[in-house]
Design a protein around this ligand. Structure first.
Ligand code: SF4
Ligand code: SF4
Length: 163
């Protein structure tokens, strides 16, 4: 999906979406609960935590070494790129830089405003990409509703017409 709008060079020079500042820990990816056991067996050093909304995410709270708010902590599955096999990768990461969010009585597929490369992409192309993944995202959310985040007005809606 992303290869339609981003180049590998864009991401190689950035890596932003696989590292997190303390104040952006709310953006760590949610893992499908049924994959966590297998991931833990494959990567025993990785720690997970369950959030109040029931979502399971990486626990990197103890990975910061300073009090500097700009310090970044890497996702434990990033080793010059994601090491997780495709079937164990969080759906959030497959969907990035889109998030599924509540909008009115329905859902919207919205663009996260923090990807520097995507903001330079053609908006019409982005809408096409959003439309192409919308059905799969809505289906996934039926069994994994925790991936649907609360509405945020700083996220740009790219698709909302599932009718
Ligand atoms: S934030 Fe955007 S440009 Fe940076 S690594 Fe992620 S997808 Fe690539
Ligand atoms: S699971 Fe993989 S793609 Fe997702 S944040 Fe971690 S390293 Fe990046």
């Amino acid at each position: 999906m992303l290869k339609d709008v981003l180049t590998p060079e864009d991401c190689a020079a950035c890596g932003f979406c696989c590292s997190f500042r303390r104040q952006s820990l709310n953006l760590t990816p949610y893992f499908a609960k049924e994959t966590v056991g297998q991931i833990s067996r494959l990567y025993p050093g990785a720690c997970f935590k369950t959030l109040p909304n029931g979502a399971v995410t990486i626990d990197i709270d103890d990975k910061y070494h300073t009090d500097d708010s700009s310090e970044e902590a890497l996702c434990p599955f990033n080793e010059v790129g994601c090491i997780l096999p495709e079937d164990l990768k969080p759906f959030d990461c497959k969907l990035w830089p889109f998030r599924l969010m509540k909008s009115g009585d329905g859902l919207a597929l919205a663009l996260v405003p923090t990807c520097p490369a995507i903001l330079k992409a053609d908006p019409e192309k982005l809408k096409e990409v959003a439309q192409s993944v919308a059905k799969e995202a809505a289906e996934y959310a039926k069994t994994h509703p925790e991936i649907v985040i609360e509405y945020r007005d700083d996220y740009q809606i790219m698709f909302s017409d599932w009718a």
